[in-house]
Ligand binder design. Sequence first.
Ligand code: SF4
Length: 473
Amino acid sequence: MQLLDKLTILADAAKYDVSCSSSGSTRKGEAGTIGSAAKSGICHSFTADGRCISLLKILMTNNCIYDCAYCLNRRSNDTPRAMFTIDEIVQLTMDFYRRNYIEGLFLSSAVIASPDYTMELLIQVAQKLRYKEKFHGYLHLKAIPGANPALIEQAGHLADRLSINLELPSEQSLNLLAPDKTRTNLLLPMHQIHRGILERQQERALMKKAPLFVPAGQTTQMIVGASGESDLQILRLSSALYKKFSMKRVYFSAYVPLNTDSRLPQIAKPPMLRENRLYQADWLMRFYGFDAAELLDEANPNFDPDYDPKIIWAVRHPEVFPVEINSAPYQQLLRVPGLGIRCAQRIVSARRTGRLDFEDLIHMKVSLKRAQYFITCKGKYYRIQNPEPDMILRALKPSARSPYEQLNLFDDWQTVQPKTNIELLDADAYFPKQTATGTAPQPIACTRQATCLPPVFSSSLSERSRIDERLSV
Ligand code: SF4
């Protein structure tokens, strides 16, 4: 099989894994090495549904011995199979890196032969990149559940980030939909990585040159909508993962109906809006000081698809509002719908020099459409005095003509172009041969249509910045 064919199959197979994002790693280039890692440098664009572009994101193989009900690569599916060799992945990574197409590698894999064997293959790729090619750039490896702890330890010394996908929010769902995996196999490596990170941090506090261990932390992902758990259960679990394992991110992936299986729900489209609400709640917990128990409870275990979680929380807590912009503490400002972190910081800073009114807030780009019901300036509301919760919800309800919709990268992609854009590119042009004079290969103009998003990488900087602009959230 040609390398390009493998790339087409294995880049496409990796697109359902969303557990990669900004690198969180800062490392300068060093003499004799190639590449560097920057906190904001790797995934500087996000799709509307949270997926990132600009890593080389591939599976080593999609040939799996497991049979997870929701997965396209499960062993019972009749799907084209492929497997990269170690050298092929190394060559692709280095070639793409040198051409500035990518800023790092996200390498995952289906389970081939056994978890240990698969993990060993991933480690060999990382070793070759780090030691032979002196690759100093960003590396995100998948830790294979069930692999020997010694192998996880080894991977942790090579990769910037490790991730293990929790996949399903409860043990019952895991037993039902992914019977080859066990909760223990998933949680043990998370615990090991967490412990390793803490130990290495302590070592580095005493000795600056102590070796790094997963410097960009670990992440995980959960599939939303493949099983019957409520948003409350998912949020509680994600909150526990942040607290217990110091997760950098818990990603949510709307269940994409790819297989026919009586154990799976019959849905026409992935629940993208639900995924989006969970991300909003996740953001509120990580940056706005909310707790999972404040956002949902047993009486209201799921988010309202029409409103973001902050609005619903605010409407249910009229005793907290209105908040006076000129005197409220920063933490209270953060709880106002329509006020983000940056706006709250601007307000706190601006009011040191004078009292603010609504004109000032407009200049600060505060969304008064939402905030007006929850704030006063100099003791006055913007337009409506003491608004009732019902009235607020009616005013903020999305109209029937423009309902909220979370965009789906894959639907758009499949509608416009059923295959990956790699196939749209001329293979020889894609891997231009080095000239005798050593001229560096030029960036290649991408032929994909304007509405079509790249699943793997964008081919030129101008192209990429155009996509960034279109996708920025
Ligand atoms: S282990 Fe399960 S989810 Fe992962 S590739 Fe295999 S079948 Fe798919």
